[in-house]
Design a protein around this ligand. Structure first.
Ligand SMILES: NC(=O)c1ccc[n+]([C@@H]2O[C@H](COP(=O)([O-])OP(=O)(O)OC[C@H]3O[C@@H](n4cnc5c(N)ncnc54)[C@H](O)[C@@H]3O)[C@@H](O)[C@H]2O)c1
Length: 344
C-alpha cells in the first residue's frame, strides 16, 4: 500500500491541464485545493477534472492552513514561483514547480537555500528529460560507442503564435524555452556550463515585443563545447520541441531529430585523408521510470517524497541549467563573454 499524499495545485492556467491529466493516472495522490489569483480559473479546473470537493480560493496561505497538504504543485507564471515556493516551504510542504525554477538567479538561490533549510524537496518540471527518445540517446552516449563527447550542437526553430504573456516577455526564448534545451544539453553531456557568449535579436516581422531569436556558445566542463541556435519566430520547417541535435565524440557522430530519428557513424578504419566510417544503430532502450513527460516527473517526485530519495530534477541540480539561461541573458545584454558559477 502506498501512502496517499495530499496535494495543492497553485496556478490554474494552460499548463495545469497537462498536470491534471497526468494526475488522473497516478495513484496515491489526492487534490485538496485549487488556488489561482483568478478564482474562476481555479473553479473551472476543479470542476473540469472532477475534484469538486476540493477547496477553491485565491489565497495561498488560507489554502495551506485549511488543507495542510503534503505537496504543492506550482503552475503559476515564472514571476510568482519565488513567492509560491517560499510560502509552501514555510508551511512544511514539498514543492514540484513548473520550469523555469525562478525569474532571476538570485530568487533561485534563495529558493534552493530555503528548501535545504526546510529539509524539503523542491524539484522542477523538466519534462523533456522524461522523453523515451532522449533516454535512448543518453543510453547510446553512455555506452561509449562515440568515445568521449567533445561537441554538442542543437537547433530549435519553431514559429509559435502563443498570444498571452510570452508575446510581451523580455528574453522570451531564452527564459521560457531554452531552459529545456540547455537542460537537455547538460543531461546528454553530463557536463556543466562554465562560460557563455550569446547574441539575441528580434527578427524582422517578429510578432514578439522582444528578442525571440538567439545563438549561444557555451564552454562546458571537460573541454566540451555546446552551441545553441534557436528561434520562436521562424516560419516553416519547424524542428521538434526537443530540437535537432548533432553530438560528436572522439570516435564518431550521432544526429538526433528530436523525435525517433537517429543516425550514427563511427570510425571503422583510420589512416586516409578521411577515415572510413560505418553506420551503427542507436539501439532501442526503454526506462519506464524515466519517461512519460510531465507524468514521469510527477511520479518520480511523489515517490521521492514517500521514500526520502532525491528526484533527478531537484533544485540543487536544476539551478545549474537556470544559470545557463541567465548567463546567456547577461551575455546578450552586455555583448560580452559571461562566466557561469559551478553551483549555479
Ligand atoms: N513544461 C512545459 O512544457 C511548460 C509548458 C507551458 C508552460 N510551462 C510553464 O508553466 C508556467 C505557467 O504557464 P501557463 O502557460 O500555464 O501560463 P498561464 O498564464 O496560462 O497560467 C498561469 C496561471 O497562474 C495564475 N497565477 C499567476 N500568479 C499567481 C499567483 N501568485 N498565485 C496563484 N496563481 C497565479 C494565473 O492567473 C494563471 O491562471 C510557466 O512557468 C511556464 O513557463 C511549462
Amino acid at each position: 500500500m502506498i501512502r496517499t499524499l495530499k496535494a495543492l495545485l497553485v496556478g490554474c492556467g494552460g499548463i495545469s491541464r497537462t498536470w491534471l491529466k497526468a494526475l488522473k493516472d497516478i495513484p496515491g495522490v489526492v487534490l485538496v485545493g485549487f488556488v489561482d489569483v483568478r478564482e474562476e480559473a481555479a473553479r473551472a479546473r476543479a470542476e473540469e477534472y472532477d475534484w469538486s470537493g476540493a477547496l477553491v480560493t485565491t489565497d495561498l496561505t488560507t489554502a495551506l492552513e485549511q488543507t495542510r497538504p503534503d505537496v504543492v504543485f506550482d503552475c503559476t507564471i515564472p514571476e510568482a514561483h519565488h513567492d509560491v515556493t517560499l510560502t509552501a516551504l514555510r508551511h512544511g510542504c514539498h514543492v514540484l514547480g513548473e520550469k523555469p525554477l525562478a525569474d532571476t538567479l538570485e530568487h533561485a538561490q534563495e529558493m534552493v537555500a530555503a528548501a535545504q533549510a526546510a529539509g524539503k524537496i523542491y524539484a522542477v518540471i523538466q519534462n523533456r528529460r522524461y522523453d523515451a527518445n532522449i533516454r535512448r540517446l543518453k543510453h547510446f552516449l553512455d555506452s561509449g560507442v562515440l568515445g568521449r563527447i567533445t561537441t554538442l550542437n542543437s537547433d530549435f526553430y519553431i514559429g509559435a503564435h502563443f498570444g498571452g504573456f510570452r508575446d510581451h516577455m523580455k528574453h522570451v526564448l531564452l527564459v521560457d524555452m531554452a531552459i529545456h534545451t540547455f537542460d537537455m544539453a547538460r543531461m546528454l553531456s553530463g557536463a556543466d556550463a562554465q562560460a557563455v557568449y550569446c547574441y539575441e535579436w528580434n527578427p524582422a516581422g517578429s510578432w514578439y515585443d522582444h528578442a525571440a531569436s538567439a545563438v549561444a556558445t557555451f564552454e562546458m566542463s571537460d573541454g566540451l563545447v555546446y552551441s545553441y541556435r534557436g528561434s520562436w519566430c521562424a516560419e516553416g520547417l519547424n524542428t521538434t520541441w526537443e530540437g535537432a541535435w548533432r553530438i560528436i565524440g572522439e570516435r564518431g557522430t550521432v544526429l538526433w531529430d528530436g523525435a525517433s530519428g537517429f543516425t550514427a557513424q563511427v570510425v571503422a578504419r583510420k589512416g586516409g585523408f578521411f577515415s572510413e566510417w560505418e553506420t551503427v544503430e542507436v539501439p532501442p532502450y526503454e526506462d519506464p521510470k524515466k519517461t512519460g513527460g510531465h507524468a514521469g516527473v510527477i511520479r518520480e517526485f511523489l515517490q521521492c517524497v514517500r521514500n526520502g530519495q532525491t528526484p533527478e530534477t531537484v533544485c540543487t541540480d536544476n539551478i545549474k541549467s537556470l544559470a545557463m539561461v541567465f548567463g546567456a541573458v547577461a551575455s546578450a545584454e552586455s555583448h560580452a563573454v559571461v562566466r557561469i558559477a559551478s553551483g549555479g
